[in-house]
Design a protein around this ligand. Structure first.
Ligand SMILES: Cc1cc2nc3c(=O)[nH]c(=O)nc-3n(C[C@H](O)[C@H](O)[C@H](O)COP(=O)(O)OP(=O)(O)OC[C@H]3O[C@@H](n4cnc5c(N)ncnc54)[C@H](O)[C@@H]3O)c2cc1C
Length: 560
């Protein structure tokens, strides 16, 4: 039997665990997993990275260590899915090369993205909590707030530096807030000019209660516990807008603070929205066996998919009521977007892939909740396990035990366990680790004959020629354009083109100012506003210079 080529898009809980299960069936499949990063992120531990209770590198694990060599790992960004041609398109490598990869079976496990565009200003000013870099950035920012607040002599600035607003009272919002409050409060012993009363925390939740997914008495316990620690809780409140140091609530109230953290706005990756398949609130609707209906060989799971939580009863008629076929039965409820559900789905999906390859019957997915747990920081938590509600330290201990069990790989488990153990005896690390960000604008030098980019490469940055001469050539056109000092190339990205339409080569040694694609788009937006003013300013300066020159000529003539 010929092996099937399986492509897994996304190496999170859904994708990585599917690959692991399939590794045992190398006789049936050639499996390739594709992700933008070369590591697996254990998202539930990100609040602990913010708090410094575990090292940032311990919340992630390299894919090549978690997966056997029989699984091909490709670090690349998926930019297109063509269901008709059965191929996907990726951008990979430093040269942003575009590649097409065919498949027999496609597993979509791309999780969700944060989309804050509905709230003016929020995307520009809020920290998010999705990836390691988010946790790292927030942690550094919090340490910076303490450092600045300890030395400032301006009371208003100090107040804003020490006000922290978390938007979203679900599991992740409450966990981030709890850990952050505990970390900042316990760090104050090293900051003699900050008093605990000067720290202000606000939790904003649109629903009438926080942790709506938890049993009522546990969410009430969490509310009481957080309020006791001085957290202001605003329920039934949305966010209207945000600026660099203010959050505006839906009732018009303002919270002035320099730290806004948004754990809301989860939505599937934009790429999935374009696919001609049925969706449920943006998530790909699958059947009970995790297949995408109407698409042979396409499967989906995890946060990106709406997978029915219950298998259909034997006598069910899925879309019409049995007693009245005119009445449509609402779609079955989907399994929750959690790591727990994604892991369970991975097991069933892998088993069903094997079953379809062998021509055997498939197994429907049945979500079995192992319980709901949340850490509230300060060694307190809440848990609902097998219907039993637990709170306080026992719940916190259970939380750690369960998540240790869920971590993939013995090395990751050991590292996290050691971090937690040391945390019982040692003080937290308050070092601000400065990450060298890649600059948005930089200079790049070229030697004669160097190719800057090739026709067909994925669109990237924009170039301004500072020195030298460059040649722009496209395959279809017979003209060759020479670009010299002051000239530009690479503007195709702004026109919405996906790939470079020409090849640019250095004709002599030269140098360009390079502006990254997104930054260039932002700059152009600002430029439309700035340009008329700048032009008027330049004109005024030029006229003033001309006048000075004209006046100085007769003066010189008179002197002679
Ligand atoms: C702060 C926080 C706390 C949480 N706490 C809990 C908890 O306590 N319990 C629980 O069960 N769940 C928790 N969750 C939710 C849980 O982490 C997610 O439900 C789970 O990660 C979903 O798995 P997934 O595989 O669908 O997506 P992810 O794990 O998000 O994986 C998706 C992968 O796809 C990749 N990807 C996306 N787009 C592309 C692209 N275009 N090209 C290439 N790769 C791409 C991403 O890089 C990522 O690796 C928490 C989440 C957060 C953010």
């Amino acid at each position: 039997m010929q092996k099937q080529r399986v492509l897994i898009l996304g190496a999170g809980f859904g994708g990585m665990f599917t690959a692991r299960h399939l590794a045992r069936h190398s006789d049936l499949f050639d499996v390739e997993i594709i992700d933008e990063e070369n590591y697996f992120v254990f998202q539930p531990l990100l609040p602990e990275v913010v708090a410094g209770t575990i090292e940032a590198s311990d919340a992630v694990a390299p894919l090549r260590r978690l997966l056997p060599n029989s699984i091909k790992v490709r670090e690349a960004q998926v930019v297109g899915i063509d269901l008709e041609r059965r191929e996907i398109e990726v951008v990979q490598g430093m040269g942003r090369k575009l590649r097409k990869i065919g498949y027999d079976q496609l597993v979509i496990a791309m999780g969700s993205r944060v989309d804050l565009s509905r709230f003016p200003g929020l995307a520009d000013h809020a920290f998010t909590m999705k990836d390691l870099s988010d946790a790292f950035a927030l942690r550094n920012h919090l340490v910076d707030c303490l450092e600045q607040a300890d030395i400032t002599e301006e009371p208003e600035l100090k107040r804003r530096l020490l006000t922290f607003a978390v938007i979203g009272g679900g599991l992740s919002g409450v966990e981030v807030l709890g850990e952050m409050e505990h970390m900042l409060s316990s760090a104050l012993r090293f900051y003699p000019h900050i008093r605990r009363e000067e720290l202000r925390f606000a939790l904003i939740e649109y629903a009438p209660t926080i942790l709506a997914e938890m049993p009522e008495n546990l969410s009430a316990y969490a509310l009481r516990r957080l309020q006791k620690r001085g957290v202001e809780i605003y329920t039934g409140q949305g966010v209207k807008s945000a600026s660099s140091d203010t959050v505006e609530l839906s009732d018009g109230r303002l919270i002035h603070g320099m730290t806004i953290i948004a754990t809301i706005g989860n939505s599937p990756p934009p790429l999935l929205a374009e696919l001609p398949i049925a969706k449920q609130r943006g998530r790909i609707a699958t059947d009970h066996c995790l297949r995408v209906p109407g698409q042979d060989g396409v499967w989906a799971l995890g946060d990106a998919a709406a997978v029915p939580a219950e298998p259909p009863p034997a006598d069910s008629r899925p879309h019409r009521r049995a007693d009245d076929p005119k009445v449509e039965v609402p779609p079955p409820t989907a399994a929750p977007p959690t790591a727990q559900a994604a892991r369970q789905q991975a097991k069933v999906l892998a088993a069903n892939l094997v079953a379809q390859a062998r021509g055997e019957p498939m197994t429907p997915f049945h979500y079995r909740s192992k319980g709901q747990l949340a850490s509230l920081g300060g060694q307190r938590g809440i848990a609902n396990i097998l219907g039993v509600n637990i709170s306080g330290f026992p719940a916190f201990f259970l939380w750690r035990l369960l998540y240790l069990g869920m971590l993939p790989g013995a090395a990751t488990k050991t590292r996290v366990a050691v971090d937690w153990l040391l945390g019982l005896f040692l003080r937290r690390n308050l070092v601000k680790v400065v990450q060298r960000m890649e600059p948005a604008i930089f200079q790049s030098h070229y030697r004669e004959g160097d190719v800057v980019f090739r026709e067909g490469d994925a669109c990237g940055p924009f170039f301004i020629v500072m020195a030298g001469r460059f040649e722009r050539k496209s395959r279809g056109a017979d003209t060759i354009e020479i670009i010299e000092r002051g000239g530009v190339f690479g503007e195709s990205a702004l026109k919405g083109e996906k790939t470079r339409q020409s090849t640019v080569t250095a004709l002599e040694n030269g140098c360009c100012l390079v502006i990254k694609r997104d930054d260039f788009a932002l700059l152009s937006k600002g430029w439309q506003v700035l340009a008329p003013r700048m032009e008027a300013e330049w004109r005024r300066t030029a006229e003033a210079e001309e006048l000075t020159q004209r006046e100085s000529v007769p003066a010189q003539q008179n002197r002679r």
